[in-house]
Design a protein around this ligand. Structure first.
Ligand SMILES: *[C@@H]1O[C@H](CO)[C@@H](O)[C@H](O)[C@H]1NC(C)=O
Ligand SMILES: *[C@@H]1O[C@H](CO)[C@@H](O)[C@H](O)[C@H]1NC(C)=O
Ligand SMILES: *[C@@H]1O[C@H](CO)[C@@H](O)[C@H](O)[C@H]1NC(C)=O
Ligand SMILES: *[C@@H]1O[C@H](CO)[C@@H](O)[C@H](O)[C@H]1NC(C)=O
Ligand SMILES: *[C@@H]1O[C@H](CO)[C@@H](O)[C@H](O)[C@H]1NC(C)=O
Ligand SMILES: *[C@@H]1O[C@H](CO)[C@@H](O)[C@H](O)[C@H]1NC(C)=O
Ligand SMILES: *[C@@H]1O[C@H](CO)[C@@H](O)[C@H](O)[C@H]1NC(C)=O
Length: 548
């Protein structure tokens, strides 16, 4: 298995997050509302793993070499009185470069850029640079990884962590990179070389926004699972799973959620027994629901490449809870239908399995630690810490100030996987506790939606989404989008694919499943046409180095 960890989702992260595989095979996932105790237990291991993925240090000697470099970036692009700079980390390779080829900049997003280098060696970055003779670059996001902007992460010092500053970083980088490069690369500038942006997830939305804000710096963008919509309440995160997951498994989850809401409203012995069955008797009600349903985040790590860490976690979970249940039932629909068509379906046993699995994963994650200290969320001390090593604050800050994406139960009247007692008031505490925000704080998602939301289109902007992606409802292919039924050549909705599943690859397109080959070939072709157009406009001749 590549990676060595189970990558599962902390739902508050959009693009990556990591959960260690417990020794007993049960993934150590983190619920949407990340309990500080659990975070602290595994923080160092997560970070070490991300850095390790920096393939400069790859044991694979045939890996395409990427050099780690530093770019003097402006701290504040919009305040002329502030001339401070910080060192922004990036990795660059001219391995496949042929003059005229694209400058392919893969956006790091809300994590260490080191974890993205594999995409330049065996994924989309490899294909674009190899087939089109490009220069490959991974640009780490300000504040993340080692691209520190300030000496600590106090609220005062987080003020330069926002989407607008970060977008301008990408533009300023493209415009000034040539000054950092050897003389024979001094033509690597947006007016003489086509810069192409690629991003997946939050990074994908940045790639899309660049086509609105700085098209003069980035000639084209591939935006994968681009979360162009933002807002406080993103209950739809669990909709793709509810609609696409194994129906028996989903029926068990829905029924468990329903019981949690019903029993907890009444309280008493029935509720206590139910909590005890799941091993969470000592937890506050909402913390109990939050932990039990934290497993929903595992769905996000799904991938067509089953060798990737985490890609099989959901199936293992689902296999466990449907174990012993007769699941010849094949249709794709939810509880009510299943129950009416299959009155003999034994959900009791499924719920019992789910409880057993939850107890085992709790043991795997918390060992002998006090359950409340490990997965409780009410002790405000857990949110202290403002040093650079408290990097959990970074995406939380972006969530609490601009992006939202809190994931409560579905509105009344609609089926829900997440129990409704996991509500916005419960989830918003993360912002209050972490950043001392007033209880009535507002997440200003207009700072994101102003780039166009679902309606954002541009002449050289390609969208790639996946039918199973939990972030689907925030992307241009969202069923909520007026133009979700996109059939133009710059939109792809990959069937049976999860979150930015075109970013990873096998290093050899011909070995990939056909539907993924098709996507990668279309992406190469789209970028080839952009590069051709760029050079045609300048009166240059250009031929891609490789046929495909
Ligand atoms: C590679 O490993 C060495 C030694 O373990 C370390 O000092 C260096 O920073 C690593 N390089 C990267 C790019 O992570
Ligand atoms: C910042 O740099 C600009 C351009 O070099 C210069 O004109 C200005 O005086 C500088 N401002 C400060 C506060 O140093
Ligand atoms: C955080 O860094 C600032 C400088 O940016 C410094 O003035 C302040 O004392 C530091 N605060 C803490 C709590 O370390
Ligand atoms: C630029 O010059 C360096 C050193 O002379 C050389 O190694 C490299 O191959 C050249 N790069 C290109 C793209 O010509
Ligand atoms: C997964 O790994 C196995 C064993 O290393 C290998 O044989 C197989 O080809 C890999 N599959 C993919 C899709 O990479
Ligand atoms: C249940 O989960 C465990 C731990 O992940 C796994 O080893 C086992 O194969 C699963 N069982 C089924 C029936 O999926
Ligand atoms: C998006 O376009 C639709 C029409 O296609 C329009 O009704 C809607 O107001 C637009 N939304 C935004 C945010 O501009």
């Amino acid at each position: 298995m590549r990676g060595g960890l189970v990558a599962a989702a902390v739902a508050v992260f959009t693009s990556v997050s990591l959960v260690l595989a417990g020794e007993d095979g049960f993934p150590r996932y983190q619920p949407a509302f990340q309990p500080p105790g659990l975070r602290k237990r595994y923080e160092e291991a997560f970070k070490a793993e991300l850095e390790k993925r920096s393939l400069d240090n790859s044991s694979d000697s045939s890996a395409i070499p990427y050099t780690q470099l530093w770019f003097p970036q402006k701290v504040d692009h919009f305040d002329p009185s502030n001339n401070n700079t910080f060192q922004q980390r990036y990795w660059l390779s001219t391995h496949f470069y042929k003059p005229g080829g694209p400058i392919f900049v893969l956006e790091g997003g809300e994590t260490s850029g080191a974890g993205r280098i594999e995409y330049m060696q065996t994924g989309i970055g490899r294909y674009i640079t190899e087939y089109l003779g490009g220069i490959g670059i991974v640009l780490e996001h300000r504040y993340y990884g080692k691209s520190h902007v300030t000496p600590n992460l106090t609220v005062e010092n987080l003020k330069w962590l926002d989407t607008a500053q970060s977008l301008k970083d990408n533009a300023y980088f493209a415009e000034n990179l040539w000054k950092e490069l050897p003389a024979n690369l001094s033509h690597i500038r947006p007016d003489t070389a086509p810069f192409i942006s690629y991003g997946g997830s939050y990074a994908g939305s940045k790639s899309a926004f660049l086509q609105v804000e700085y098209p003069e710096a980035y000639y084209g963008s591939l935006a994968s699972s681009a979360v162009v919509w933002a807002g406080e309440n993103f209950w739809e995160y669990n909709e793709p799973l509810r609609q696409r997951g194994d129906p028996v498994c989903i029926a068990i989850l829905e029924e468990t959620a329903r019981r949690i809401d019903t029993y907890s409203a009444v309280g008493g012995s029935e509720w206590l027994e139910f909590k005890e069955l799941f091993g969470v008797k000592r937890l506050e009600d909402r913390d109990a629901a939050n932990f039990i349903f934290g497993v929903l985040g595992i769905w996000q790590a799904g991938n067509w490449d089953k060798n990737l860490s985490g890609a099989k976690s959901w199936d293992l979970f689902c296999g466990n809870i449907t174990d012993g249940l007769d699941d010849v039932y094949g249709s794709r629909d939810c509880t009510e239908k299943i129950l009416s068509e299959r009155p003999d379906l034994d959900l009791e046993e499924g719920i019992y399995n789910f409880a057993r699995w939850t107890r085992a994963s709790l043991r795997s994650s918390c060992g002998n630690a006090d359950v409340d200290k490990c997965v409780g969320t009410w002790d405000q001390k857990g949110y202290e810490g403002e040093s650079l090593s408290d990097s959990w604050r970074l995406w939380s800050w972006q969530v609490c100030t601009e992006w939202g994406y809190l994931i409560p139960g579905a509105p009344m009247g609609l089926p829900t996987l997440m129990p409704r007692i996991v509500d916005l008031a419960y989830l918003r505490r993360m912002c209050q506790y972490s950043f001392k925000m007033a209880p009535d704080f507002v997440i200003d998602s207009s700072k994101v939606l102003k780039y166009g939301g679902y309606n954002l289109t541009a002449p050289r902007l390609m969208y790639i989404d996946g039918t199973h992606d939990p972030w689907l409802y925030a992307t241009p292919h969202s069923p909520h989008s007026p133009q979700h039924d996109r059939s133009d050549h710059l939109s792809i909705l990959i069937q049976d694919a999860w979150h930015h599943n075109d970013e990873n690859g096998l290093g050899d397109i011909s070995k990939e499943p056909l539907r993924i080959q098709d996507v990668h070939l279309r992406e190469i072709e789209v970028v080839r046409n952009w590069v051709l157009e760029f050079h045609k406009d300048k009166g240059n001749k250009w031929e891609p180095p490789r046929r495909f």
